[in-house]
Design a protein around this ligand. Structure first.
Ligand code: ATP
Length: 212
């Protein structure tokens, strides 16, 4: 069974995330995509909003889309949220599960700073989607990993593959949404309606100090 795992701080979850998850699900015929909330991310700064708010927003967004499931496994673990621990746990949960970790090319370029990144492909596939507006060069270590693991045709029966999916993504980012909210600009079109309502209700991101 092919299972998509889409990790993020989701601070907040936006239509760029859900579009990417649904597009990969459809293209690779995944059974489901688990949206894994990075509770305590290891390789980036602390999120602007607390875990409880980010989790509520993620649940509201996933409720809109059958096939997307909010996953709290990194919330249940203590300590830093390492992707390797998540993919190992999913792979070991059932023999037939083939985890597919979905990530934007911006996140993919940062792979060498992830904990035990060289072991990730022993437990999952990496599905890379474009990130509009991102122009960064992939570091040499990533290029060399691609050299040995990138495939042009995806094999649903195994792990260890890097597969780039050529599907148009939306130019939406949580950073821009946070600063737009702080600046009083409209963001409604970038969020699922219940997520937008939740942000308004709890007055999230209005403090400019949080709008990094
Ligand atoms: P921030 O701006 O706070 O970094 P973000 O919008 O990049 O947030 P994250 O939660 O950090 O969102 O990202 C989680 C994953 O989603 C990463 O793999 C990232 O590349 C991917 N991603 C984020 N936005 C998009 C998008 N618009 N299209 C495709 N992938 C995206």
């Amino acid at each position: 069974m092919l299972v998509g795992l889409y990790g993020g701080t989701f601070d907040p979850v936006h239509t760029g995330h859900t579009h990417a998850a649904l597009a990969v699900k459809r293209a690779l015929e995944l059974a489901e995509v688990r949206m894994v909330l990075a509770a305590r991310p290891g390789h980036r700064g602390a999120p602007a909003e607390n875990t409880a708010h980010r989790w509520q927003m993620l649940c509201l967004a996933c409720d809109q889309h059958p096939g997307l499931v909010a996953d709290d496994m990194e919330l249940q673990r203590s300590g830093t949220s390492f992707t390797i621990d998540t993919v190992m746990a999913v792979r070991e949960s059932a023999n037939a599960v083939v985890p597919c970790w979905i990530l934007g090319q911006d996140a993919f370029a940062t792979l060498p700073i992830w904990y035990r990144w060289q072991s990730l492909l022993d437990f999952c596939n990496l599905i890379v989607v474009e990130r509009p507006g991102d122009t960064r060069q992939e570091p040499e270590a990533v290029q060399s990993l691609c050299h040995t693991h990138e495939v042009q045709t995806f094999d649903p029966g195994r792990v260890g593959q890097i597969y780039r999916l050529n599907i148009a993504m939306k130019e939406v980012s949580a950073t821009a949404i946070r600063s737009d909210i702080a600046a009083g600009k409209a963001v409604e079109h970038l969020l699922a309606p219940p997520v937008y309502a939740y942000i308004r209700q709890h007055r999230l991101y209005v403090n400019t100090e949080n709008a990094i």
